[in-house]
Design a protein around this ligand. Structure first.
Ligand SMILES: CC(=O)[C@@H](O)[C@H](O)COP(=O)(O)O
Ligand SMILES: NCC(=O)COP(=O)(O)O
Length: 247
């Protein structure tokens, strides 16, 4: 089984929002990602719309429906009533629920399944009744996976931020991989599928996928967008030099 890649467009949207201009366009970058073979697109709209705007969602839905009908739309966020209503207007194939406070700069922890299971269970059922697969953001903690499964969710998404943070420390990276791997083992044993995301890169993905061969999907935004800038910069400088009239 190979791991599907869902490209998170939050970083593209954040760049767009620096100006009152329509570029870079999240729809155009979504199209490039899907044309290049990405399995799906991920967005994580936050209440302040600092990157993905609510108006982006129907446009991305239309992109998938009209041009890439086999692709999946994954919407992530904290399940307020506003978020759930927004999600229900665009019928994503997957919803990933994340326990984010609106003031958080980015996601930095998973659900407390023992404490918040009763809150999550009816929300999971409501989203599934609408046709979505539901994934819950989870810390690396094998002992929490039975409680995660008790919510009725389909998958967990392993929070890989602490693993991403070990990029300069191979021993710490090994320890994080083992914690993530043990959590994936427990999730699979509890009947759940396993996704992963946060601070994944070309450099740190291979070891994760090797430890968790059943990993169904990774969603990647920040590292992939940084990579795209690095590997696209040379071509862009040449294009702009040509526009300046240089030979
Ligand atoms: C749940 C998760 O790890 C990602 O959705 C991440 O939170 C992206 O959000 P930002 O782009 O706002 O950092
Ligand atoms: N679910 C994680 C995600 O969508 C992207 O996280 P990141 O690659 O931007 O850190």
């Amino acid at each position: 089984m190979s791991t599907a890649l869902s490209v998170n467009l939050n970083a593209v949207a954040m760049l767009r929002n620096r100006r009152d201009l329509p570029w870079p366009s999240v729809v155009d970058f979504g199209r490039i990602a899907l044309r290049a073979g990405a399995h799906g697109l991920t967005v994580h709209p936050r209440p302040d719309q600092r990157h993905i705007r609510f108006s982006d969602l129907p446009e991305l839905r239309a992109l998938i429906d009209n041009e890439f009908p086999a692709a999946e739309f994954n919407i992530e966020g904290y399940p307020t009533e506003d978020f759930l209503a927004l999600v229900e207007t665009v019928s994503p194939e997957q919803v990933t629920l994340v326990p984010d406070d609106p003031s958080q700069p980015t996601s930095d922890h998973g659900w407390d399944f023992a404490g918040e299971g009763a809150f999550l269970t009816p929300i999971v059922a409501r989203l599934q009744a609408g046709g979505a697969r539901v994934s819950l953001f989870a810390d690396a903690d094998p002992s929490a996976m039975k409680a995660a499964a008790a919510t009725g969710c389909d998958r967990i998404e392993l929070y890989t931020g602490p693993y991403g943070g070990t990029h300069a420390d191979p021993e710490a990276a090994k320890a994080e991989i083992e914690r993530l791997g043990a959590t994936a083992d427990a999730a699979l044993a509890a009947g759940l599928g396993v996704n992963a995301g946060h601070d994944l890169t070309v450099a740190n993905l291979p070891a994760l996928v090797a430890r968790i061969p059943e990993l169904a999907e990774v969603s990647i935004g920040h590292g992939l967008t940084a990579d795209a800038l690095e590997y696209g910069m040379e071509t862009s400088v040449r294009r702009f030099r040509a526009a300046c009239g240089q030979g």
